[in-house]
Design a protein around this ligand. Structure first.
Ligand code: PMP
Length: 281
């Protein structure tokens, strides 16, 4: 596999990052994941917009322009022959002598790699996923897409140990989001409910597209907090993320949602999201 590191396309075994890189020592880094269908990037403009925002919020230097980054993404997709999968990109603040504060002139690092993955024919999308709820112990700037993913990893391991597919994170009794996705319920009267944007959740690029498509379909939407009890009583539940698109959730903490099969609104939204993504690809 060919990867990209700071201006060079290299075989992965030849790629190097300093042990003093602040991404490694302090999780002082941000990332983006864009999906690839038919060799084309999906929703990449949104991912580039969010990358810029994450960098600006952390006062991190931009390693390259959005146009340059996209060119590198496309080159990497081509070099690795990716038809279906993803491009991961990470910007770290760069290497500096280990200290909590960093010199203003620290040069950022840009790293990218691709992964082949079946996105269209995902078995999880057909049968839906099961989730457990878990306390949201992440920091309070979840709107910035940083690589400090330890709390999310722990929550996913907890889900796995419980025999579930993923975790929904809960703060003050309210669901914030999935461990790596945005979380939604559909009320018994057919309203899609998902947490409002703020520092407590990541503004998903797929969330934005899914809400736009739902609105175009005439589906009622409420962007507000919802409790675990409300989720358990919902007609449907689902999640969105760049690599899973719209994926139905069929049980929460071992309790069936609706009849325990993927709901009609989740399936409809997945269908129209995929249709649009494939048209753009
Ligand atoms: N929330 C969290 C915590 C995530 O990690 C992700 C996936 N990166 C999302 C939401 C969904 O964001 P997107 O649709 O942009 O992939």
């Amino acid at each position: 596999r060919i990867v990209y590191v700071n201006g060079k396309f290299l075989p992965e075994e030849d790629a190097k990052i300093s042990v003093f890189d602040r991404g490694f020592l302090f999780a002082d880094a941000v990332y983006e994941v864009s999906s690839v269908l038919n060799g084309k990037l999906i929703d990449n403009e949104g991912h580039m917009w969010r990358l810029k925002r994450s960098l600006d919020e952390l006062e991190m230097q931009h390693p390259a322009s959005a146009e340059e980054i996209e060119t590198i993404q496309k080159t990497l997709i081509e070099k690795n022959g990716i038809e279906e999968g993803l491009v991961y990109l990470q910007v770290t603040r760069g290497a500096a002598d280990r200290d909590f504060t960093y010199p203003a002139n620290t040069k950022p690092s840009l790293v990218m790699f691709t992964q082949k993955k079946n996105l269209l024919e995902s078995p999880q999308a057909k049968v839906g996923i099961t989730v457990i709820t878990s306390p949201d112990i992440r920091w309070q700037r979840r709107d910035i897409k940083t690589v400090s993913l330890l709390a999310a990893s722990m929550a996913k391991m907890q889900a796995k140990a419980a025999g579930a597919d993923d975790a929904w994170l809960v703060e003050d009794g309210f669901v914030t989001e999935g461990s790596s996705s945005n979380a939604y319920i559909v009320t018994q009267d057919g309203t899609v409910v998902t947490r409002h944007l703020g520092n407590e959740i990541l503004a998903g690029i797929t969330r934005k597209a899914a809400l736009r498509l739902a609105e175009e379909e005439g589906i009622k939407i409420e962007e507000r907090s919802f409790t675990v009890d409300e989720a358990l009583a919902a007609a449907e539940a689902f999640v969105t993320s760049a690599t899973t698109f719209v994926t139905p959730v069929v049980s929460i903490d071992g309790q069936k949602i609706g009849d325990g099969t993927p709901g009609p609104i989740a399936q409809k939204l997945r269908g129209i999201y995929m249709e649009e993504a494939l048209k753009a690809s």
